[in-house]
Design a protein. Structure first.
Lengths: 291, 310
């Protein structure tokens, strides 16, 4: 590799030209293409194999859309999907409400409470999910929360609200507090300042946090399979137990349908955020909470 | 929300009529203490209990507490799994860094801003499709008689069919796949914030590319590297789903061991103790690597120090 740089350095070409022929950029491009293939190959496999009309998903038999019909007609699957969506929605609302105020407090109210709170949030974010899962199971059994729905919502909301708190905090810290102060100076009550200034300003972060909470909850396997009770089977829990007996095409079909739904929802969010003046990169970092 | 009793008169006074500093975080405090801190403490308590005799109503015996579960964990059968878990987690994390860094570097420095958002979005789209199905798809891709295996044999790239499924190798690949985006993001953010002028300055001062990369880019991206390592290592060490889908019996990791105590053996006390050991191991590993990294950074810094005349 290093030999290739030698001729290039001796020809004192102007930087612009050198750039175009750059072997580093070229190989990085090729590398990135391979990385994307790696990332998308399994997804492609799921989509393609959802059209596998064979009896078991793992062996390709012949093309057919049969499993789509089977999946949609299967009460177990559609019921699990419905449970997943409802749990994810309620969890997103709970996570946004709890996380949003915590995020505002983190960004706007300094004080000695902040350090321990951030440590707690950090611990929540990094604790292995299997540990959370057994902790919730033991705890719910111990204090007698038997309702599967509440167990799922609570179990998901702890992690998700911590994510929301950090996203909202990052957004508000990037914004000047003087806007809120100006509103107060101009006679707005605190609640009005909140509704008309703070809330619109942090809306992208709230949307992003809500969306993340929704998708995390929708796809959660570990906590869900530990805390769930009969009658509250979510789709991932259903898939996880189906794995033991061998997956069939119906689950690939339902995953392809939900993938299409998720992509549409993401595209809509992307364009909404873009319309509100964020750069594409900003939108992505906001959506993923890394901004 | 806030009261409408905000006092009029001077703006300065009005601004002071705020809630106490942490009021807005109270719901989160309550939520986290009740539904995170307490459950974790209960695990610790359970880890000293014992499995009640068959037929008992309770799922745990707490009337005599002992370290028995912990001594059981250090018996060879369990210990080997814990050691293997740490190995998979460390190798997996380093693989994620090795594979993810060039990608993050490419995205942050070699793409036009117009496509950067889209390209970055593509890295996380896999995150938004069913985790289980994606992992299961690797069973199709890696199957001995699967399409990829037969194609590679036809082309002559491999000699025999794949023999990776249900081994640690498959788990290693699966975790690399599942955790790669978690590594790419913090790396991207760190590299993206890096001012290109710094790299140019290094070049102008006569450093070649490798030197610029290792002495300017990497040190400045260190915060991103560290958060990426943490973000990947900690959940990876507690993995349970990927090994159970791809690893079979040979790929069992500590997370699966904990799960089986709760779901199959119904020995909550032993399972709790395993969870405690798992968390302690993760923290110990982070502490060890953190210390080593810190010392290494100090040594390098001292060696490379440039004395600037006052």
């Amino acid at each position: 590799m290093s030999t290739a740089t030698v001729p290039e350095r001796t020809i004192a070409a102007p930087p612009v030209h050198r750039r175009r022929l750059d072997w580093v950029v070229g190989s990085l491009r090729g590398y990135a293409a391979l990385a994307y293939i790696f990332l998308f190959a399994p997804i492609l496999v799921v989509v393609i194999y959802s059209f596998n009309a064979g009896r078991f998903l793992i062996n390709w038999d012949h093309f057919g859309t049969d499993w789509y019909g089977t999946a949609v007609a299967n009460r177990g699957i559609t019921g699990a999907l419905r449970t997943s969506v409802v749990v994810a929605l309620v969890n997103a609302v709970v996570a946004v409400l709890i996380g949003m105020f915590a995020g505002i407090a983190l960004a706007r109210r300094s004080g000695r409470w902040r350090q321990p709170f951030l440590i707690l949030v950090f611990l929540i974010l990094v604790a292995p999910e299997i540990v959370d899962a057994i902790a919730y199971l033991i705890f719910f059994v111990r204090i007698g929360i038997d309702w599967g729905f509440a167990r799922l919502v609570i179990g998901h909301s702890v992690f998700n609200s911590a994510v929301v708190a950090l996203i909202v905090r990052a957004r508000l810290e990037g914004l000047d507090e003087s806007l809120e102060e100006a509103a107060a100076d101009l006679g707005a009550t605190p609640s009005r300042t909140f509704r008309q200034i703070t809330l619109p300003l942090m809306l992208p972060a709230v949307i992003a946090g809500g969306l993340l909470s929704f998708t995390f909850s929708l796809d959660d396997v570990i906590i869900s399979s530990f805390v769930t009770t009969s009658g509250f089977t979510t789709l991932p829990v259903y898939v996880f137990s189906a794995l033991r007996t061998g997956l069939k095409g119906d689950l690939a079909a339902i995953s392809t349908i939900t993938l299409a739904g998720t992509l549409i929802a993401l595209a809509v969010t992307f364009f909404v955020l873009r319309r509100s003046g964020e750069s594409a990169e900003g939108v992505v970092t906001t959506i993923t909470g890394t901004g | 929300m806030a009261s409408t009793t905000a006092l009029p008169t001077s703006p300065a006074r009005r601004r002071r009529v705020r809630w106490p500093r942490f009021t807005m975080a109270i719901p989160a405090w309550v939520w986290y203490v009740v539904f995170f801190v307490l459950p974790i403490l209960v695990i610790v308590l359970y880890s000293f209990g014992y499995k009640p005799p068959v037929g008992s109503q309770s799922s745990i015996g707490l009337d005599r507490l002992s370290f028995e579960n912990y001594t059981n964990i250090f018996s060879p059968t369990f210990r080997l799994t814990f050691v293997a878990t740490m190995r998979v987690a460390i190798i997996g994390t380093l693989l994620c860094l090795a594979v993810g860094f060039p990608l993050a570097y490419f995205l942050a420095t070699k793409t036009s801003p117009r496509f950067r958002g889209i390209l970055l979005g593509l890295v996380i789209i896999p995150f938004w499709t069913s985790f289980l199905l994606r992992t299961f798809a690797w069973r199709i891709l890696l199957a001995a008689n699967g399409p990829l295996s037969s194609w590679l044999q036809d082309v002559g790239l491999i000699n025999g069919p794949f023999a990776i499924l249900d081994t640690r190798g498959a788990v290693q690949l699966g975790v690399l796949y599942n955790y790669l985006p978690l590594m790419v993001f913090p790396l991207f953010v760190a590299l993206d914030r890096l001012d290109p002028a710094l790299r140019e300055a290094s070049k102008d001062l006569g450093a070649n590319r490798l030197k610029t990369f290792f002495q300017v880019t990497v040190p400045l991206a260190m915060p991103g590297i560290v958060s990426g390592l943490l973000l990947v290592f900690i959940p990876l060490a507690g993995e349970y789903v990927t090994p159970s889908v791809l690893g079979g019996a040979k790929g069992l990791m500590a997370g699966g061991l904990v799960a089986s105590q709760f779901l199959e053996a119904l020995n909550w006390a032993l399972g709790s103790a395993m969870a405690v050991v798992l968390v302690l191991l993760i923290l110990a590993a982070v502490a060890v690597f953190g210390t080593v990294g810190w010392i290494a950074a100090r040594l390098i810094k001292r060696r490379r120090r440039v004395e600037v005349p006052a």
